[in-house]
Design a protein around this ligand. Sequence first.
Ligand code: PRP
Length: 215
Amino acid sequence: MNQERYLTFALTKGRLADKTLGLLEQIGINCEEMHDKDTRKLIFVNEELKLKFFLSKGPDVPTYVEYGAADIGVVGKDTIMEEGRRAFEVLDLGFGKCRMCVCGPASARELLEHHEMIRVASKYPRIAKDYFHNQRFQTVDIIKLNGSVELGPIVGLADVIVDIVETGSTLRENGLEVLEEICPLSARMIVNQVSMRMENERIRKIIGELKELVR
Ligand code: PRP
């Protein structure tokens, strides 16, 4: 086994990284340095196992992986779909489960049924565009927002939103509902295409061990 080269993991900052580190620990991969919440360090090394880890914003994870700056990434399926980067999606880690949905006030159902020219607000313009144009064959106007997307229909910016629904409480508290489900989401492991060939044995072993844990 080639233990010379470091294998680098890019993890999505926050809950996904915490859960991923928990899983990795269960297969004997740990990185003590990362548990220090106050550290400003950006990259962490496990010298013994020749592994490196860094945390980044979700949308940057597929970018690091496509360019080979990270061999392996852990990121939400929503981000993988939105970023459209080249990488192998190798494993559904089974956590961070939620759904990508079209949501809005109940009154918007009619607009969808009649394929009206509507305004759709989303943090995920690519997913929204793909869904409406290629799956529903409905021409819509997509408006990109950066957060608190539920505001869109409430303040009259958009008719509906395309957003993540986890518990549904944000929708309920704002008088909105799920109108259509686009797809289920969860945390996925992605691998750089060249790394998959060059480090096949090491990467396969990690995937295999994690697969046993999450199934
Ligand atoms: C996400 C998503 C919804 C909410 C859904 O937002 O965009 O707003 O969580 O969760 P729920 O169904 O459990 O209520 P996030 O908290 O990431 O913040 P944001 O709105 O600023 O993007």
